[in-house]
Design a protein around this ligand. Structure first.
Ligand code: FAD
Ligand code: NAD
Length: 367
């Protein structure tokens, strides 16, 4: 009971300090938490305005300062995990001694529930746009050099465009550049890139506008959001992924991470629901990966196949799932991730409960 009470307690308020050398200014955030990483802090600085948002459990701690002197564009972020300390090292433009760090800007030094913090956006440049299927493209965006952000696996961001005078915002899930290591990322000057697989709906509000952007144009990208935590994958033996259409996007990084970083993993099985063969995202990469890694299997299910299709057909159903979701043993640690159109996900979760998967064994991606 004591542990319960402690677990529910709000994290204690972080604090910050700063120090300088001739050429550097270091801002130190003391989170008073141990489970922090480079993903925990999002830094943006533009001209003299410096912003660092630290995510601590369900809370957001903001440093927001108008710097007293100019700094260079590039900076570094370090995390000392065992003491919960984050260090942001800025390079002075001129080697003079600063009397103060600067003046507080809006909400500086606030520690508030994350849901009340609002989303911060920075402008990112479209670097490339590559066809993946007849309607889905791989978009590559470049973060500004003045931003540090790492989107945690399984989380999404919001993209924002101004369309006929109105700001329109939609969520998208970053993916890896590919599923296979031999599809090398193009060598580009820094590694500040985010990739998205996005389906363009001709009658949609947002995606046609996004598709009209030329390389070099800008789109705003928010801080990450979402409740998936990779800790749920620790010691996992069987991972089942149920994806429909672009509901495949959160599975990409989960799949990559599971196959490279979970030693206990025995099997990953993806059941991928699409309308037709032409709609299957990264089909040949998935088939190659299944061929190369015997722990990975993929099964395609089509809801509107042509007469030539000899594979599985139909919508998500008890028959499809009970055959597919075979546990290694009653005791094996299992997770089922599900994502797709809301009726698909709702039906899937219901069917999983009927098949005796517990709440802890299911992660559904929803809005
Ligand atoms: P919308 O204007 O929303 O329209 C979508 C389709 O519905 C169009 O075909 C349109 O004609 C039709 N439609 C619209 N209104 C109606 C109506 N009233 N009746 C019938 N039909 C209608 N998508 C991706 O491609 N990639 C991702 O990585 C991705 N990640 C997501 C993550 C999250 C957490 C969520 C919730 C969604 C994600 N999506 C993703 C979906 C994405 O956010 C948008 O919903 C999608 O891109 C459609 O946007 P749109 O404005 O172009 O289309
Ligand atoms: P789609 O229309 O191409 O359909 C793909 C498959 O989904 C179909 O073949 C069918 O098997 C299944 N499906 C569709 N409608 C269904 C229904 N009413 N009942 C049962 N099954 C159904 O899909 P799309 O256009 O690629 O849309 C993908 C959806 O995934 C969007 O709604 C998008 O918002 C959602 N999505 C959510 C997230 C998230 O994190 N929450 C991430 C990515 C995509």
């Amino acid at each position: 009971q004591v542990t319960d009470a402690l677990a529910k307690e709000d994290p204690s308020s972080p604090s910050y300090d700063w120090f300088q050398t001739d050429s550097l200014v270091t801002i130190v955030i003391y989170t008073k938490q141990k489970d922090i990483s480079l993903e925990s802090v999002i830094v943006d600085h533009q001209d003299d305005s410096f912003r660092a948002e630290t995510i601590i459990k369900d809370y957001s701690y903001l440093i927001h300062i108008g710097l007293s002197h100019e700094v260079q564009e590039d900076f570094s972020v370090r995390v000392v995990e065992n003491v919960g300390k984050i260090e942001i090292v800025l390079k002075k433009k001129e080697n003079t001694s600063w009397n103060c760090l600067g003046h507080p800007l809006e909400n500086h030094n606030s520690f508030i529930p994350r849901k009340d913090a609002g989303l911060y956006y920075r402008k990112c440049q479209l670097i490339s746009k590559e066809d993946v299927t007849h309607d889905t493209k791989l978009f590559c965006l470049m973060l500004p050099p003045t931003t540090h952000i790492l989107v945690p696996i399984g989380q999404h961001v919001y993209l924002k465009l101004t369309i006929t005078g109105t700001e329109i915002v939609k969520p998208y899930t970053p993916v890896s550049h590919s599923l296979l290591p031999e599809f090398k990322e193009p060598v580009l000057p820094n590694n500040n890139y985010i990739y998205f697989l996005i389906k363009v709906y001709p009658a949609g509000l947002f995606t046609p506008e996004l598709d009209h952007l030329q390389t070099g144009n800008f789109v705003s990208v928010s801080n990450p959001e979402g409740n998936f935590k990779i800790s749920i994958l620790q010691e996992l033996e069987d991972l089942f992924l149920l994806a429909a259409g672009t509901g495949f996007t959160p599975m990409v990084k989960i799949l990559n991470y599971a196959l490279t970083s979970i030693p206990s993993l025995r099997k990953v099985k993806l059941m991928f629901f699409n309308k037709t063969e032409d709609d299957i995202i990264w089909r040949s990469q998935l088939e190659k990966l299944a061929f190369k890694d015997e722990r990975f299997d993929v099964e395609f299910v089509l809801s509107a196949p042509t007469s030539e299709w000899t594979g599985k057909q139909g919508h998500i159903s008890p028959a499809l799932l009970s055959e597919f979701l075979k546990r290694n043993s009653d005791k094996s640690k299992v997770l089922v991730c599900i994502c797709g159109p809301p009726p698909f996900t709702e039906q899937g979760v219901k069917l999983l409960h009927d098949l005796n998967f517990s709440k802890d064994e299911i992660h559904s991606f929803t809005a």
